[in-house]
Design a protein around this ligand. Structure first.
Ligand code: 5AD
Length: 337
């Protein structure tokens, strides 16, 4: 089996890669460094052929209020120690301008599952769209109703990120006890139904996850097509959560996951996410060598940053200079195959 899987990576017929099955994926997840190099090379090749360029996105973390109870996230509703904040539409627009002035035209408006999110999201989206007409707005605000997704779309939003987190329904229920995988996937369906581009993805290395689970996660991205964006980020234990003493996801393993995802989903935008950098200095630059196509910088005002601790208390904050370095590294390995 391993030999067959290795052979697969030599193919010039990309359709063989796009249609690879679960057994091949599980086999690749077990690759050692040497075999993984071949996988990464092929992922770069596919990315270079199917994707035009590496993009920088700017994120405004507009509110850390959250009604959800995710065991892995320090912003979960049960964390009473965390002071909560909510930005005004005016603050959000000002933050978006900080990015736009540096030519960042993909603005990600992220919040916890704040029940009041439409109050500031709608005016903020409308103003960004009128003041920065060529900006793309990506929302990431959790599980919502069709009406709410529609309201974002009507205000001018372009895309919406809702990762499914894990395709294993039992693990899903364990780590997100307030919801179900079925509900999550239905939200993904509603997002597409109202005409927003769906960004999706999952977490790598949640305690109890197996190679089979991860293979199913990778295949789930394909099942959710069309999806313009997908992220595969390693689990980072958050302080103050039930999972704080668990092991973090492994970077090398995560890179194999991203490489395989790239082979199967050639033209999907995949971020070199901040946990790569957290796990290893230079991790995001390394991510450009395995098929990643975007990096995100934070536009959130300083006074709120420490309160939006998605991954860790000492979340790595990429600045514009670092982002430029990552873009340069990416374009340097955009090989001519
Ligand atoms: N480790 C990795 N990813 C996480 N997310 C939230 N908490 C963690 C964590 N501890 C991701 C989830 C969520 C997104 C907004 O952040 O995938 O969908």
């Amino acid at each position: 089996m391993r030999e067959k899987t290795r052979e697969l990576l030599k193919t010039e017929h990309y359709t063989n890669l796009f249609s690879m099955d679960k057994d091949n994926i599980v086999e690749m997840l077990k690759f050692d460094e040497k075999d993984a190099e071949e996988l990464f090379r092929k992922a770069r090749e596919v990315r270079s052929k199917y994707m035009e360029k590496f993009v920088v996105r700017g994120v405004v973390e507009a509110s850390n209020y959250c009604r959800a109870k995710c065991l892995y996230c320090s912003m979960n509703a049960g964390n009473e120690k965390l002071p909560r904040y909510r930005m005004s539409a005016d603050e959000i627009v000002k933050s978006a301008w900080k990015g736009y002035n540096h030519d960042i035209k993909m603005i990600l408006l992220q919040t916890g599952e704040d029940p009041l999110f439409l109050d500031y999201m709608i005016p903020a989206i409308k103003r960004i769209k009128s003041e920065m007409p060529d900006a793309e707005i990506i929302c990431c605000n959790g599980e919502r109703t069709e009406k709410e997704y529609q309201a974002l779309k009507d205000a001018g939003a372009d895309k919406y990120i809702l990762k499914f987190e894990t395709s294993n329904p039992e693990l899903y229920k364990k780590y997100r006890p307030h919801s179900t995988l079925e509900k999550r996937l239905n939200c993904a369906h509603l997002i597409k139904k109202v005409g927003l581009g769906l960004g999706t993805g999952f977490i790598i290395g949640l305690p109890g996850q197996t190679d089979e689970d991860i293979a199913n996660d990778i295949l789930m991205i394909k099942n959710l097509q069309p999806t313009p964006m997908a992220s595969a980020c390693p689990f980072i234990p958050n302080k103050g959560t039930e999972l704080e003493n668990e092991k973090a996801g492994d970077l090398f393993y995560s890179f194999k996951v991203v490489g395989i995802s790239r082979l199967i989903n050639p033209s999907v935008c995949m971020p070199a996410c901040s946990p790569y950098e957290y796990l290893k200095k230079g991790g995001q630059i390394d991510g450009t060598g395995i098929g990643c196509t975007s990096v995100t910088i934070r536009l959130t005002p300083d006074k709120y940053r420490d309160l939006y601790q998605l991954y860790t208390n000492d979340r790595i904050t990429i600045n514009l200079d670092m982002a430029k370095e990552v873009v340069e590294a990416a374009h340097a390995n955009w090989e001519n195959f």
